[in-house]
Design a protein around this ligand. Structure first.
Ligand code: PLP
Length: 430
């Protein structure tokens, strides 16, 4: 398999774009090698500039639950384009998508659309701070909430402490209000509340997908809800990834834990740039122009993006059973690979939520970021490049979640498992 044209394209891109990519994870840095330059997607497949075809387990990092070029989404977008790309004035399409979002989530009465998950989360946090008249927030180590200043705070030790920025360019003052706790560890969250009586909100990925796939324990989420209630603090579920991916009706529907604010992205735009945040009416009422908390966007609620999102969510609503089918298929995939790994003496930890799947080369179960970091990165890199050369496109970092789409067939899953067997054998034979 030749990737000469990708290598050439990457060299040229690096002359003009920092690192050759417009989002760092695409650069293959943690697995080595050159990123594949894509020309086309079709269903479950990607084609690169050299003409190689891959089964795609990245799906644009989540959005494409119906695969590439889904007929109804494509049609909706083309139809919308014909009426104009953007108006900066209200359209009925926004109300229609809002109606669908409210139907999907029990805890959302009203919703505001933005253009990315990052925007959705930073706006939701402003809203929580405005609503509670407090400044501090609690986030969990290993959870990713977009690249805004206050949320780019890394793991310290596991102990709850005031966070340090994880990127140059973020003033320490800006992260002074971000407290860190350990995922699935209620004591560390309690410590944050012991340290501060000024906590506006706790933000969490209820099904964490940015340290690999690490779902929160149900009991932990219940305790977190209780802790928030006792302290007059809002609970934000960041479901930018898990929304419409892990479950159809949000993490609330499988955990019984009610969030105050939910942030959405990825699938909600059907492949176009859309983010959203929603809450009960009382909270949303303080958002501008109804209330004083400012938030805005020139391209927010863009009609083409709304059309794509509406088509995607309509299809999900009409095929609510699809998530169970995807879950069965994703489970078969990781269980199959795990068995092949074990046959070669390699231990894998696996998990699945809906169409999201995760695996770690790790001897022990993974419950938090520290556990995830104990995985075998070298083995992952070998697995990744081996699978790529066999025509299977997995996320190029062990800290990412895998996705299947409705276009991923049982046959593709079996082929993937077979290929993994070959790769595990090659790895263990040195
Ligand atoms: C992807 C993601 C974001 C950021 O969304 P962007 O659209 O990349 O800005 C925020 N939170 C979670 C949980 C995500 O997975």
């Amino acid at each position: 398999m030749s990737t000469d044209l990708s290598i050439k394209a990457f060299q040229e891109a690096q002359e003009l774009i920092p690192g050759g990519v417009n989002s760092p994870v695409r650069a293959f840095k943690s697995v080595g090698g050159t990123p594949i330059f894509i020309t086309e997607g079709e269903g479950a497949y990607l084609t690169d500039v050299d003409g190689n075809k891959y089964v795609d387990f990245v799906q644009s990092w989540g959005p494409l639950i119906f695969g590439h070029r889904d007929e109804s989404i494509e049609k909706a977008v083309i139809e919308a384009v014909k009426h104009g790309l953007s108006f900066g004035a209200p359209t009925i399409a926004e109300t229609e998508l809002a109606k669908l979002v409210v139907e999907f989530f029990d805890s959302i009465d009203k919703v505001r659309f933005v253009s990315s998950g990052t925007e959705a989360v930073m706006s939701a946090i402003r809203l929580a701070r405005g609503f509670t008249s407090r400044d501090n927030i609690v986030k969990f180590t290993g959870c990713y909430h977009g690249h805004s200043d206050a949320l780019l705070v890394e793991a310290g030790s596991g102990a709850a402490t005031f966070g340090n920025p994880s990127s140059p360019g973020v003033p320490a003052d800006f992260t002074r209000h971000t407290l860190l706790a350990e995922y699935n560890n209620i004591e560390s969250a309690r410590k944050c509340f012991a340290d501060s009586d000024d906590i506006a909100c706790v933000i969490i990925e209820p099904i964490a997908g940015n340290m690999g796939l690490v779902p929160a324990d149900k009991e932990f989420l219940h305790e977190l809800r209780k802790l928030c209630d006792e302290n007059g603090t809002l609970l934000i579920f960041d479901e930018v990834m898990s929304g419409f991916r892990g479950t159809i009706n949000g993490a609330e529907s499988i955990t019984g834990v009610k969030p105050d604010i939910i942030t959405l992205g990825k699938v909600i735009g059907g492949g176009m740039p859309v983010g959203a945040f929603g809450a009960r009416a009382e909270i949303m009422a303080i958002l501008s122009p109804e209330g004083p908390v400012y938030q805005a966007g020139t391209l927010s609620g863009n009609p083409v993006a709304m059309a794509a999102g509406f088509a995607a969510l309509t299809k999900l609503k009409q095929n609510a059973r699809v998530m169970a089918v995807l879950q069965t298929r994703a489970t078969r995939l990781v269980e199959g690979m795990k068995a092949e790994a074990l046959a070669c003496g390699i231990t894998m930890q696996i998990d699945v939520r809906g169409s999201m799947f995760g695996f770690f080369f790790n001897e022990k179960p993974v419950k938090n970021f520290a556990d995830a970091c104990n995985s075998d990165a070298d083995l992952f890199a070998k697995f990744h490049s081996g699978m790529l050369s066999e025509g299977f496109y997995f996320a190029c970092s062990l800290y990412e979640t895998g996705f299947i789409s409705t276009a991923t067939t049982d046959e593709m899953i079996e082929d993937t498992i077979k290929a993994s067997a070959k790769i595990f054998k090659a790895i263990t034979n040195g």
